[in-house]
Design a protein around this ligand. Structure first.
Ligand SMILES: NC(=O)c1ccc[n+]([C@@H]2O[C@H](COP(=O)([O-])OP(=O)(O)OC[C@H]3O[C@@H](n4cnc5c(N)ncnc54)[C@H](OP(=O)(O)O)[C@@H]3O)[C@@H](O)[C@H]2O)c1
Length: 290
């Protein structure tokens, strides 16, 4: 039987890449979106598009009906556990068998970030749901560097607040490919497993900038800024206070060496080495060079 997988977060970074990786993998895809008019990428990947809002449980029935697998991605924010809970409840009600959940590195009740503590609540609920579960806990995405693309283009600088901390950043596309690898296999293969997904090397931002520069054929330099300056810049650019503080908590933790490690998990799932920051820069050269 061809399995149907419900893709949540279907207009976002990871889930859009996931649908690309699942195309041709022998599964039927259904995309849950709040606004079907914004689901062109899902349709292009061959997914059926169904409207629903994870913050409004009454809207979720049609999307979850008849699915065997759920890719559970909820956006960061104070309501993340509520959104995850609503999805799990709808999945149970619909008789789904398996949930593959995007969590975050170091998710734990004593994590140094509010995002990590909120993810821990949803991970615990997923583990107790009665559904077969697999958790993916990625490190900081290389894709966050795209937030600095204008600065890289115009000034050749990366202005971030991670001090001299090193971290094993990972490409969101590899996170998506890992999720696809799990979802394309029959249930059981990754049941009850938690994978911490990193890139192939742990780098300081000065090293990352140098590798980006070499890949792009131009100089890119890391200019460390204070957490307060970064927070002010994010608020000025339109970020909300919760997000600016959450991002700052990750930066502070990484500055302390909290993310200074890599794991073999991504390579194990991908069957190849995960992307380097140079690979990532080349793949997004247009954004970084204009
Ligand atoms: N960035 C990192 O470095 C990093 C590292 C580790 C883990 N993570 C985790 O990755 C996740 C974010 O993934 P991402 O970057 O792919 O997300 P994203 O690009 O921000 O996309 C978020 C998605 O969630 C959807 N959404 C928002 N509110 C919704 C609602 N009420 N009901 C249904 N859908 C809703 C959005 O749809 P609309 O189009 O309707 O807005 C969008 O498709 C978070 O859980 C985060 O903690 C991130």
């Amino acid at each position: 039987m061809t399995r149907t997988v419900l893709i949540t977060g279907a207009t976002g970074t990871v889930s859009t890449a996931l649908m690309g990786h699942l195309k041709g993998a022998g599964v039927r895809m259904r995309a849950l979106v709040r606004d079907p008019a914004a689901a062109a990428a899902a349709r292009a990947a061959g997914a059926e598009v169904v409207a629903g809002d994870l913050g409004r449980p009454a809207t979720l029935g049609p999307a979850f009906a008849g699915v065997q697998d759920v890719w559970l991605l909820v956006p960061n924010g104070p309501r993340a556990p509520e959104h995850s809970m609503n999805a799990l409840w709808a999945a149970r009600g619909a008789g789904a068998e398996r949930v593959v959940r995007l969590s975050a590195v170091g998710a734990a009740h004593d994590a140094p970030t509010r995002s990590g503590r909120l993810h821990a609540l949803s991970d615990a609920e997923t583990q107790a749901s009665g559904l077969e579960w697999t958790l993916l806990r990625p490190m900081w995405f290389m894709d966050n560097l795209l937030n600095e693309a204008a600065e890289v283009r115009e000034k050749g600088t990366l202005r971030l607040d991670m001090g001299q901390g090193r971290l094993g950043m990972v490409a969101a596309d590899d996170v998506a490919a890992c999720a696809a690898a799990v979802l394309a296999e029959a249930p059981g293969a990754h049941a009850g497993r938690t994978y911490t997904l990193t890139g192939p090397e742990s780098l300081g931002l000065d090293q990352a900038a140098a590798r980006m520069g070499a890949a792009l054929g131009r100089e890119v330099a890391y200019r460390p800024v204070s957490g307060e300056d970064k927070r002010a810049a994010m608020l000025a650019a339109g970020a909300d206070e919760w997000t600016a503080e959450m991002v700052g908590e990750y930066s502070a933790a990484f500055a302390q060496g909290w993310g200074d490690f890599t794991t073999p998990d991504a390579e194990h799932l991908l069957g190849r080495a995960p992307q380097t920051v140079a690979d990532f820069a080349r793949a997004h050269a247009r954004a970084f060079t204009g």
